[in-house]
Design a protein around this ligand. Structure first.
Ligand code: TRP
Length: 333
């Protein structure tokens, strides 16, 4: 039953934790954590593909981990850890590099996008990124992987690599499937509602709601969100700003878009934004309180980091040694 299935996902600490991370992924992960065996990690190795200030990276990794803990993601049988602490990820990624074709990696839209955006740093890691992601998933024999639309292609290539390996060496890896449940909300920028609320590249601070913002700032950012001028609270492709606010409102209130549209029929944008701001603040208040409390508890965080690395390593090395044996590497004895 679902109890025995393993769900795995990683989050990159490439920017400060935002409402986009929270509603788009973490809130969903939290629900899954009650039903499945879940393995959640900080993908700090993946963030090396784009240059970042080392101290910032460390701070963000710690903060995102604190948020995982504040949301109870490590409870029961679930495991929370930091990718770079389990060396098997880098080790399996190397092997998988040798079972992945240049042509396949060349087709990855994220590689094309990122190399266009970071033309001065098109490194090999950016290119082989999907092999590391495949290693993350395959090491734990994950059955299901909740990922956003932007990671679907990487999950597909993971399946291809796993099947290829299994065909050559016999059953080694569980071939993972995308978790398609009630997926998280797609939260767009408040100032640029045509684009995802981006953690890494938002120049305008009003575009993005951060977990580190205080509640007043959060409410003000929502009140300043870009809308249109027809003063009708209705979702639609020609109204990206209002649609985004409706999506956010629905994600925190649990209401459907139709219900929300009805609720705000005849209500002006000012009052609508006020209601969205209040709903978001209500949702985030307890999360932020717990997050801030956990963040101060350094001893607790350290112990979770250590414990998570140990638990994850045990599983990961079981798979890695199977793989090493199959491909003909000498046993360590
Ligand atoms: N690449 C994913 C992202 O940027 C993060 C990630 C790394 C991941 N390894 C993973 C997600 C394994 C799911 C499973 O969002």
């Amino acid at each position: 039953m679902s109890e025995n299935k393993t769900i795995l996902s990683l989050m990159q600490p490439s920017g400060d934790a935002s409402l986009g991370n929270y509603l788009g992924a973490l809130k969903n992960w939290q629900k899954l954590a009650k039903e499945y065996n879940c393995i959640y990690a900080i993908a700090d190795l993946h963030t090396l593909t784009v240059r970042q200030e080392p101290a910032e990276k460390r701070r963000r990794s710690r903060e995102i981990l604190a948020l995982f803990l504040a949301m109870g993601l490590n409870e029961r049988d679930n495991i929370v850890f930091v990718q770079s602490h389990v060396a098997a990820h880098a080790e399996l990624a190397w092997v998988l590099n040798c079972y992945t074709y240049m042509g396949e990696l060349n087709r990855m839209t994220q590689f094309k996008d990122k190399s266009a955006r970071h033309a001065d740093n098109i490194n090999a890691g950016l290119f082989t990124y999907p092999c590391l992601m495949a290693a993350d998933i395959l090491l734990y024999q994950a059955d299901l992987v909740p990922v956003g639309e932007d990671q679907r292609q990487h999950l597909e290539i993971t399946r291809d690599i796993a099947e290829r390996f299994n065909n050559i060496y016999g059953n080694t890896f569980t071939v993972p499937e995308a978790y398609i449940g009630k997926t998280g909300a797609r939260v767009m920028g408040l100032q640029e509602p045509e684009r995802k609320m981006s953690k890494s590249e938002s120049a305008n601070a009003n575009n993005i709601i951060l977990l580190n913002d205080d509640l007043n700032q959060i409410a003000n950012k929502i009140k300043r969100a870009v809308t249109d001028s027809d003063n009708v609270v209705k979702a639609g492709p020609e109204k990206p700003g209002i649609t985004n606010l409706l999506n956010i409102y629905c994600a925190v209130s649990g209401k459907t878009i139709e219900e929300a549209e009805m609720e705000f029929a005849g209500v002006g944008y000012g009052a609508f934004k006020g209601a969205v701001a209040e709903a978001v603040c209500e949702e985030l208040r307890p999360v932020k309180d717990e997050y801030e409390r956990v963040l101060k508890d350094k001893g607790y965080i350290e112990s979770v980091i250590k414990d998570g690395a140990e638990k994850a390593s045990r599983i990961a090395y079981r798979t890695l040694s199977k793989v090493y044996k199959k491909v003909g590497l000498l046993p360590r004895g």
